[in-house]
Design a protein. Structure first.
Length: 337
C-alpha cells in the first residue's frame, strides 16, 4: 500500500489551502476529508516531461463537453504538486456506484472512450512518424523474439515453456510480417486521405470509469497522449479477456458499440488490424517468463501462455476481417500458432 509522508501531506495541504480532518488510504489514491469538502488525492511517479504532457492534455479536456472528473488547481493555478520525488493532483471525491455486471462496466468504458475520441479529434500531420516509430518498436521486439528462440534451441533440454515458444516461433515471425504489411497499407491510406488524432486515455480498464446515478466519468489520465484512436482500441482489445469472462460478446460487438459514437476511417481499420495482428501479447508473456520469480511453477507459465495464445488467435482472426483487401495473403495469419 502506498504511503504519504507527513511532509508530502503538509505540502499538498498548503498548496491547495485545505484544512485537513481525516485521511484514508486506497493504494495510490487518498481520500481527504476537509472543512471544505471531500477530495481524492492521486499520487503518481510522473516525470517532468510527463507532467507537462499531462497538464497539456487536461487543459484540452477542460474545454470539451465530456463527463470528466475535474482536476482541481492549486491556489497558485497549477494542476499538480511536486513533493519529495512524487507528483500529486486533486479531484473531487466521487462515490462510485458499484456495478456487478462486468459487461455493463465494459460497455460504459467503451462508450466514454468513444465520446472522448469524438470530442478531441483533430488533423494529424505526422502519420509517417507514427509508422516509423511502430516499425522501430516492432523491430526491437522481433530481435528479442529471435534471441529467445536461439537461446531456447541451444539448450540441451528446453523447458516446457520454451518448447511451446519454439513450436510457435515461425508463425510468430510470419504474422509479424503480416502486421508490417498492414502498417504499410495504413500509411498509404493516410497519405491519400489524411488522418485524425484524438486524445487517447492510454490505459483503458473498467476501473477507469466511475458511475453515479447522474453520469459516468472517465478518470485517471496519467497515461494520456495524443495519437490515433487505434492505440486505445488495441490496448483494450488485447486485454478484453481479462475484463469479460467467457465469449458472451464478440470483438465486433464492442467495436460496433464504440462506432455508435465515433466512426473509424478506412485508414484506421488498417492501423488497428496491424496492431492487433502483431503478436505483442505473446511476446509480453514471454518477457514475463524471463522475469519470473524462482518460485513460479513452470506449469503456471505454460498455462498463461496457452491462455494468451488462445485469445490472440481469436483476436488475430478477427483483426484480419477489419480490412477487405487481401494484402499478400494477410488472412493467412488466421492459422493456429
Amino acid at each position: 500500500m502506498e504511503r504519504l509522508s507527513d511532509s508530502q501531506l503538509n505540502t499538498v495541504i498548503e498548496q491547495y489551502g485545505l484544512n485537513l480532518l481525516s485521511l484514508t488510504v486506497y493504494d495510490r489514491l487518498f481520500k481527504i476529508d476537509t472543512l471544505s469538502g471531500t477530495y481524492a488525492l492521486k499520487k503518481t511517479d510522473m516525470s517532468s516531461q510527463r507532467v507537462e504532457q499531462f497538464t497539456n492534455i487536461i487543459s484540452q479536456l477542460e474545454s470539451q463537453p465530456l463527463s470528466l472528473i475535474p482536476i482541481i488547481r492549486t491556489k497558485y493555478g497549477d494542476y499538480v504538486v511536486e513533493a519529495e520525488g512524487a507528483v500529486f493532483y486533486l479531484m473531487p471525491w466521487i462515490k462510485n456506484q458499484l456495478l456487478d455486471d462486468e459487461h455493463e462496466r465494459v460497455k460504459r468504458l467503451v462508450t466514454q472512450t468513444a465520446l472522448l475520441h469524438r470530442h478531441t479529434k483533430r488533423a494529424q500531420p505526422d502519420g509517417g512518424i507514427v509508422a516509423e516509430q511502430l516499425r522501430n518498436r516492432w523491430a526491437r521486439i522481433e530481435q528479442f523474439m529471435e534471441q529467445f528462440a536461439d537461446r531456447s534451441e541451444h539448450r540441451l533440454y528446453p523447458s516446457p515453456f520454451e518448447q511451446q515458444y519454439l513450436n510457435s516461433f515461425h508463425r510468430l515471425m510470419t504474422v509479424s510480417e503480416d502486421a508490417r504489411q498492414q502498417l504499410n497499407e495504413w500509411q498509404q491510406q493516410y497519405r491519400d486521405s489524411g488522418e485524425l488524432s484524438v486524445i487517447c486515455h492510454g490505459r483503458l480498464q473498467p476501473n477507469r470509469v466511475l458511475s453515479t446515478p447522474e453520469s459516468d466519468y472517465l478518470t485517471i489520465f496519467d497515461d494520456a497522449y495524443r495519437a490515433s484512436p487505434c492505440f486505445d482500441l488495441a490496448y483494450f482489445f488485447r486485454r478484453l479477456p481479462y475484463y469479460v469472462n467467457g465469449e458472451a460478446e464478440s470483438y465486433q460487438h464492442w467495436l460496433t458499440l464504440y462506432e455508435a459514437h465515433y466512426t473509424l476511417s478506412t485508414a484506421d481499420y488498417y492501423l488497428l488490424s496491424a496492431m492487433l495482428i502483431f503478436p505483442e501479447p505473446l511476446v509480453s508473456r514471454t518477457i514475463d517468463y524471463t522475469r519470473r520469480d524462482d518460485d513460479q511453477l513452470e506449469i503456471d507459465a505454460v498455462n498463461q501462455w496457452n491462455f494468451t495464445k488462445e485469445h490472440y488467435e481469436g483476436l488475430n482472426a478477427w483483426a484480419a476481417t477489419l480490412v477487405k483487401d487481401d494484402i499478400s495473403d494477410a488472412t493467412g495469419s488466421n492459422d493456429n500458432l
